[in-house]
Design a protein. Structure first.
Length: 59
């Protein structure tokens, strides 16, 4: 894949943070990162907690 900024080589890489984990493409020349878009559902910790609370309140 070619970088849209500098036309350099992009490689697939996993990125980790305290709150966010995602896969994306990173350019080896300029360092630009493009998030890999997936159709799978992604949940953050607050979203999962909110859904659990919402479900328990229905009961």
């Amino acid at each position: 894949m070619k970088c849209t900024k500098c036309s350099g080589l992009m490689v697939l890489q996993s990125f980790f943070d305290h709150f966010l984990n995602f896969e994306g493409w990173k350019c080896l020349n300029c360092g630009k990162v493009i998030a890999k878009k997936e159709k799978a559902l992604e949940f953050d910790a607050f979203g999962t907690f909110y859904q659990q609370q919402k479900a328990s309140n229905r009961s």
